[in-house]
Design a protein around this ligand. Sequence first.
Ligand SMILES: [Fe+2]
Length: 285
Amino acid sequence: MTNAAILSFYDPATGSYSHLIYDHPGGHAAIVDPVLGYDAASGRTAATGADRLLATLAEQRLTLAWILETHAHADHLSAAAYLKRHAGGRTGIGARITEVQRHFGRVFAMEAALAEQSFDVLFEDGERFRIGTLDVEVIALPGHTTADVGYRVGDAVFVGDTLFMPDLGSARCDFPGGDAATLYRSAQRLLALPDDTRLFLCHDYPPPERAPCPVVTVAEQRSANLHLNERVDEAGFVALRRARDATLHTPALLWPALQVNIRAGELPPPDANGVCYLKIPLNLM
Ligand SMILES: [Fe+2]
């Protein structure tokens, strides 16, 4: 097996990382967690970040085999459908996305749409697939949501919203289906990997004194993660996580993001006048 080439792309508007993984120039690629820009005030989407990914695919003469999501993001819209339309590839996410789709399908009254617009492949824990010559293993990492998964490629794992940079700690666990004790156990699976395993993050929200960073080793997380270092036990983590979650606001793009992301990044079909609309459920939170 060859070593994966990995390029990380930062979206400063949402603090999100998208990652491009490929086997060799001219070979096959996967994109993890692509971002579609969205301006809530004007209702405009922007494919600037996705176009940068497409340009890199072209430069390296790559065939896009997979568009992978670590979970249904609540803070940004996914560019999965946009990328699929422009570069092909199959969309994939953890199998428990069906639980998230069922819940939010009811919230948005869009169960029928989900039958038409969903992911191509739903991965079970431990499932393996290939990106060209690269072998990928799916690791279920529930806690932030029920459906979170990581993707392990050699010594790299794309961990989604499980661990953040050591100075930030961990992802919130207060969304429907989220659970701090479950996140703690998922994090232990990652922290049990070899010391020099590289964990590629889904987000970074750096303090002013440092630049955003896409990757950190297991050893660094075990020794220094604010919430999940080796000195914190499950009860300690759960208490700390619940106290912090009680102070967090609803993400600004929660409703736009979820209704697009549970349909694999497809925008809602246009109304009779040809315009697409997003729904905001009133007084439901
Ligand atoms: Fe998330």
